[in-house]
Design a protein around this ligand. Structure first.
Ligand SMILES: NC(=O)c1ccc[n+]([C@@H]2O[C@H](COP(=O)([O-])OP(=O)(O)OC[C@H]3O[C@@H](n4cnc5c(N)ncnc54)[C@H](O)[C@@H]3O)[C@@H](O)[C@H]2O)c1
Length: 361
């Protein structure tokens, strides 16, 4: 991932300081590595991973964090990592203490990139479980089942969420905890002038909207985006701003848990091939816009849009064609509508429509 990133054109300026919440995987990991490599960033990364024991290896994010810490040290960056539950009051205090000790004046950026299945409210002590369900009516979708040796295409029916399940998902994945972080940092005097915070959001395709944007998780994302508007107002006193960033689909631990999403993302990758924008490409674009290397462009709802390549009508048209035709027989091997076919013994990439896509994107 480090080698995908070039140092920023204006290297040599003051090192920005960032707190990245969710730094061990997916979009948070990409933001951390891009920050260190491209902008000489310093700061703290927070993630929630299971450490190794005598009998069990740790979770993958634990080892990625060890590697990221080595990468930061090699780059001469003062970047440390905390392993703990971001929702817990004690973790917040630990991170605030660390930031206060290490970085005079506090931080310039906070990136909030958590994907969590549950959250314990630090005030009431009640634990909420997030659900990945449609709202209103049940929903049938094609999905990839990873429980066997090879992924199997299946049809699943997902029952609609109850009002309580929707509210619980908003508690876990909405903006409440993000706001608690910002207010805790402000109360400790740790927001520098011009402080900027970004939380990650997603919109996605019409193919997945019943389960995503119109489902429980979409309600949580709507709450996150509303929270950004409130925080943005509150941060005016430090000349700060709060934004959401709508990123494109990526295969991560979190996204594969959502029915249909892994299948959709695989077909998207098939259509786009190397035009698919990796989390790292998007992280560089985000930081370039936030640090002023490029102009900041926001949509009408004050959101940074890093998903335009995914939602381009031509891309969606092609993914929809594949979604309609996909079967267990053609998903794993060379088939009529796959990008790869065989000439003699060698695979040949068929760039059907490739030039049109390249022009469009
Ligand atoms: N993957 C996608 O397709 C996609 C697209 C757009 C936006 N997003 C958004 O990006 C954000 C991150 O998702 P991802 O796909 O990169 O997830 P991921 O599963 O790859 O990473 C989640 C991160 O959150 C951390 N985390 C989980 N619970 C935590 C807790 N209680 N305390 C501290 N850290 C915790 C994990 O340790 C990990 O670092 C989410 O808000 C997601 O909705 C994802």
């Amino acid at each position: 991932m480090r080698d995908q990133v070039a140092p920023a054109p204006a290297a040599g300026r003051d090192r920005p300081t960032a707190l990245i919440i969710g730094s061990s995987a997916g979009y948070g990991l990409a933001a951390t590595i891009a920050g260190i490599r491209r902008y000489d960033m310093q700061g703290v990364g927070l993630a929630f991973e299971r450490p190794p024991t005598d009998r069990r290896t740790a979770t993958a994010g634990w080892y990625r964090t060890v590697a990221t810490a080595e990468l930061a040290a090699a780059a001469g960056s003062d970047f440390s990592f905390v392993n703990g539950d971001a929702f817990a009051h004690d973790t917040k205090q630990q991170v605030l203490d660390l930031l206060g000790k290490r970085f005079e004046g506090g931080i310039d950026y906070l990136i909030y990139s958590i994907a969590a299945p549950r959250r314990t409210d630090p005030v009431s002590g009640q634990t909420y479980q997030s659900e990945l369900k449609p709202l209103g009516q049940g929903y049938g979708t094609k999905t990839l089942d990873f429980s066997g040796d090879t992924p199997t295409l299946k049809d699943v029916q997902v029952e609609p969420a109850t009002e309580d399940e929707k509210a619980a998902t908003i508690k876990v994945m909405g903006g409440e905890d993000w706001a608690l972080w910002i207010y805790a940092l402000a109360d400790s005097g740790l927001l520098r002038d011009g402080f900027t915070t970004v939380a990650l959001s997603y919109i996605g395709s019409h193919l997945t909207e019943r389960i995503y944007r119109q489902g429980t998780i979409g309600a949580a994302k709507a709450h996150l985006e509303e929270t950004a508007l409130t925080l943005n107002g509150d941060l005016q006193s430090v000349g700060g701003r709060a934004l959401t960033s709508v990123n494109g689909a990526a295969v991560t631990q979190a996204s594969t848990a959502i029915p249909g999403i892994a299948l959709y993302t695989s077909l998207l990758r098939g259509v786009l091939s190397e035009l698919m924008q990796s989390p790292m490409t998007q992280a560089v674009e985000m930081w370039d816009q936030l640090t002023g290397v490029r102009d900041l462009t926001l949509d009408e709802a004050n959101r940074l849009r890093l998903d335009r390549w995914e939602l381009h009508p031509l891309v969606q048209e092609k993914v929809t064609e594949r979604w309609e035709k996909v079967t267990q027989d053609n998903i794993g091997g060379p088939g009529r509508h796959r990008l790869v076919h065989w000439r003699g013994a060698s695979p040949v990439r068929v760039r059907r429509g490739g030039r049109r896509l390249r022009r469009a994107l």
